[in-house]
Design a protein around this ligand. Structure first.
Ligand code: ADP
Length: 261
């Protein structure tokens, strides 16, 4: 029987992610380039995933794009919203998922998933940087730490500093003021994580939270945010090593589905 290869591309606001699937279930290769829509990122991510797979473009049976910049790729076979793709990816990784919390580089969304894995309802914040990866990116720059080190540093905190401003610009001033008072960076970071969790939890409570809760998107790699979110919503939050690839995974799964229709 001929193998079927599908390509999912997630052109995000800050990162471009690709996944190639074999027969709709086996990951052949994946790629992530840390720049997103409107840059060379999507093209580089596609070139990398193809090279890692050892396949040629002719061997890809169907490709599907999702994410903020999905319209910029004109050669793909199809495209779908990231809401559908995140629901699909999370259901593949956790078949009993009911709530998906996706925190990306520029927005946060909460999705309700039905028993068949389809999207039932959603709420989204794409108007304000607070409660998104952008908030963490801005703060890590002010604190002069890498975004990938936030988790480790917050785990060493002994007390939480309260970041009261919900506006990113004012919160940034608060952090600068804390730094000038020589407050421990680790405690400030814990407060920053709590601030993100508070915003996202407010969003999630608007549509109701049901177990199992799965967190996706790049921010899910920061266990400090995951723990703060668990505390805020009072539910266990599950993540996967594929969290940042979840949209691309969903796109590759939809590509397989379209091919078989
Ligand atoms: P988008 O799809 O909008 O590009 P992603 O889901 O790719 O967003 O998430 C990007 C965000 O993930 C970044 O803004 C950053 O805050 C966060 N992030 C990326 N890599 C890491 C990491 N290694 N550890 C913690 N956070 C990360």
């Amino acid at each position: 029987m001929k193998e079927v290869y599908t390509l999912g591309i997630d052109v995000g606001s800050t990162a471009s992610k690709c996944i190639i699937l074999k027969n709709g279930k086996e990951i052949v290769s994946k790629s992530l380039i840390d720049v997103g829509a409107g840059t060379s990122g999507p093209g580089r991510a596609i070139a990398e995933v193809m090279e890692k797979s050892g396949l040629t473009k002719d061997q890809i049976d169907y490709s599907l794009a999702t994410g903020y910049g999905r319209n910029s790729l004109d050669w793909v076979d199809n495209q779908l919203s990231e809401l559908s793709c995140h629901a699909k990816g999370a259901y593949f990784l956790f078949p009993d998922v009911k709530t998906v919390i996706d925190i990306g580089g520029q927005d946060a969304k909460v999705l309700k998933i039905n028993a068949g894995g389809l999207l039932n309802n959603f709420v989204m914040n794409d108007k304000c940087a607070a409660g998104t990866g952008r908030f963490l990116d801005v703060m890590s720059r002010v604190l002069e730490v890498k975004v990938s080190d936030l988790e480790k540093l917050s785990a060493e905190s002994s007390k939480t500093v309260n970041i009261s401003s919900t506006c990113t610009v004012f919160a940034e001033s608060e952090v600068i003021s804390q730094l000038s008072q020589e407050t421990d960076k680790r405690d400030i970071i814990k407060g920053i994580h709590r601030s993100v969790a508070g915003r996202v939890s407010g969003l999630a409570k608007r549509i109701g939270i049901e177990d199992r809760v799965v967190m996706t998107g790049g921010v899910a790699q920061n266990n400090g945010v995951v723990l703060a979110l668990e505390e805020e919503i009072g539910h266990k939050v599950y993540t996967s090593p594929l969290s940042q690839y979840n949209g691309a995974l969903g796109a590759a799964l939809f590509a397989y589905q379209k091919l078989n229709k």
